[in-house]
Design a protein. Structure first.
Lengths: 309, 307
């Protein structure tokens, strides 16, 4: 191992001068590592822009999302292209509705599905995994077998069945996505809990007679947060993909609501008439957002998991 | 080994049963029955018809009859919407199509992805490596429903080289776009997995020993490094298979191949529960079977696994 002589000398000087070295918390360390990762920082900025677009986009939009532009309807391929003059910044869709407003709305719904889905996964999965891991023994075995069984079911088909039987609504979509999204999370939480369980602070809590549920909520779950945060940034794009998949088939979000998947499906259905902007804009937002989520997830994992450093 | 296989089978069977029961109960919970129509039948007639099809039995008897029919005769019952077709006919029509391009896509994903990953690991930090890494990052955000329109746009609308849909008895030019659209993201995942596990293996002590004793490079790679490097890839094959079968729904719909996914979505839009249930159970069964095979193969290949 090479020793940086200059650095060592400097340290020695510091010591001699009794200078205090400022301590760094784990979190500050992680933040420093995260902001060093250029791809993650750029992704964070892009994602913030997409969020701002979904929140404030309707203020810039000249047209509402559900109003048809009768002056253009019927000549969409000729007149419907994106233009600043008539206020259709992204052009219009096949029914003459303003695509800018539609993309804003689709972005809102897709992001919401992604975040709510991930949130359900975080809450249910973490608790389930922590309880299974902490209890151990037969209970753990049975609980994890249930996860095994649920995981080997082709859930997309069950999800579609669920949507068809109980009506296609955003609420059902949340329920369906929530039902399957927590499985991976519970495995990860359980694995972490198994290592935490034997730590001294948990033993101390047990010895002083704290109830198991309190130990799980007070001592185990807070220590799982790092892993959970990293995993949930990777979970959001997965939920968005699931929702877009179903909406692409026309089985998910229903009109007048829309989402990225539904918009991409519309654009893909009309692209042979030369209205390419109908495909390009939703796809652009879809792709840059997913990219950002993946890079942020990678960046967070590298930042919070000092193993690889 | 035998006890391990038996134990895996013992988990597989309740899984399949659970799937069947869940879909049956869901179907039962749906409003309206198969004989609900706009012109209401007299109650007595309806009761007679329901008695003929066994719909007046308690639900557990219906489930047992349904499962019994599948096991003894491979009979998934009649369709609710197409009067002249049973679920079996629909499966017999659509399944070979899906299976054809599904198998091809799986082979392409595994072979091309595996080869790309190995090549990238062997020539780390070369242009090939950067290409492989770039492709695998890019393909993460290109799921099949994004790939399919892009491919049709470029190769059908702009270049006019390949047909943008249809099946035509599986003629080769009708196969290319569906196979590429379905396999790309899995190919990328397999390439990434193979690359990282190959790199890991290449840095282990036993490979260094093999190098030190002067074994030919070819022997080191193919005889010593390949097998442990492919183990993590093998455990990915199960999940990849599941999501590929799911993805075939998109391919069937978008390319109008007449595969099973097209029937599935159409029956979902028409509320044809019998067809949906039949396809769900069939695909669930296939998935579970495939996972079982992968697990057993894995246990057989990996000497470290406990069973």
């Amino acid at each position: 191992m090479m020793v940086d002589v200059q650095k060592m000398e400097q340290f020695a000087e510091n010591l001699a001068a009794q200078e205090e070295v400022q301590g760094r918390s784990l979190f500050a360390d992680a933040r420093r590592r995260f902001f060093k990762n250029k791809a993650a920082v750029v992704s964070l900025i892009v994602l913030c822009c997409v969020f701002a677009f979904s929140m404030f986009g309707h203020m810039i939009a000249v047209w509402p999302n559900d109003e048809m532009d009768w002056g253009i309807l019927g000549q969409i391929a000729e007149l419907g292209a994106p233009s600043i003059e008539n206020g259709h910044y992204f052009g219009v869709d096949e029914l003459g509705r303003d695509l800018f407003a539609r993309v804003v709305q689709g972005t809102q719904i897709s992001l919401m599905v992604g975040i709510v889905g991930a949130l359900i996964a975080v809450i249910v999965g973490t608790l389930y995994g922590a309880i299974a891991g902490y209890t151990g023994g037969k209970v753990d075995n049975v609980m994890m077998r249930i996860v095994d069984i649920l995981q080997s079911i082709p859930y997309m088909f069950v999800l579609i069945l669920l949507l068809v039987v109980f009506g296609r609504s955003i609420f059902m979509l949340f329920v369906g996505i929530g039902l399957i999204s927590w499985l991976d999370m519970s495995r990860i939480a359980r694995g972490q809990t198994l290592t935490l369980k034997n730590k001294e602070f948990v033993e101390a809590a047990m010895a002083t007679g704290v109830k198991p549920l309190t130990i799980i909520l007070r001592h185990i779950v807070p220590n799982l947060l790092g892993v959970v945060v990293v995993y949930s940034t990777l979970l959001v794009p997965q939920m968005i993909l699931t929702e877009s998949f179903i909406s692409f088939l026309g089985l998910g979000v229903q009109e007048p609501n829309t989402s990225w998947g539904a918009l991409i499906a519309e654009g893909a259905g009309t692209m042979q008439y030369g209205t390419l902007w109908q495909l390009a804009f939703p796809m652009f937002f879809f792709i840059i957002s997913l990219f950002s989520f993946f890079f942020i997830g990678d960046g967070l994992r590298d930042a919070l998991d000092p193993k690889d450093q | 080994m035998l006890s391990y296989i038996l134990r895996r089978v013992a988990i597989a069977i309740p899984t399949l049963l659970l799937l069947t029961i869940i879909s049956f109960l869901l179907m039962h919970a749906a409003p309206g029955g198969p004989f609900t129509s706009e012109r209401a039948l007299p109650p007595a007639v309806l009761a007679n018809i329901e008695a003929k099809y066994g719909l007046n039995n308690p639900i557990y008897v219906q489930i047992i009859n349904y499962i019994g029919g599948i096991i003894t005769d491979f009979d998934f019952g009649p369709s609710f919407k197409y009067k002249d077709r049973s679920v079996n006919d629909i499966i017999a029509n659509g399944f070979p199509v899906t299976l054809t391009y599904g198998f091809l896509s799986f082979a392409v994903a595994v072979l091309v992805g595996g080869a790309l990953g190995i090549a990238a690991a062997l020539k780390q930090n070369s242009w090939l490596d950067y290409f492989a890494v770039g492709v695998s990052i890019g393909a993460q955000v290109l799921p099949n429903f994004v790939m399919a329109p892009i491919l049709v746009l470029v190769f059908t609308l702009w270049l006019g080289w390949l047909p943008g849909g249809g099946w035509n008895d599986g003629q080769w030019n009708h196969l290319i776009l569906p196979v590429i659209a379905l396999s790309t993201s899995y190919m990328a995942s397999i390439a990434r997995l193979t690359r990282s596990s190959m790199l890991e293996v290449l840095h282990t002590n036993f490979i260094r020993t093999a190098m030190a004793k002067g074994l030919p490079y070819r022997v080191i790679i193919f005889k010593h490094a390949l097998k442990p490097a492919l183990l993590p890839v093998m455990s990915y094959l199960g999940p990849a298979f599941v999501s590929m079968i799911t993805g075939s729904v998109i391919i069937d719909m978008y390319f109008s191949t007449g595969g099973i996914g097209q029937f599935y979505v159409n029956s979902a839009l028409n509320r044809d529960y019998a067809v949906m249930m039949g396809i769900t159970i069939l695909i669930g069964g296939l998935t579970i079977l495939f996972n079982l095979i992968v697990d057993i193969l894995y246990a057989w290949v990996d000497p470290k696994i406990r069973y």
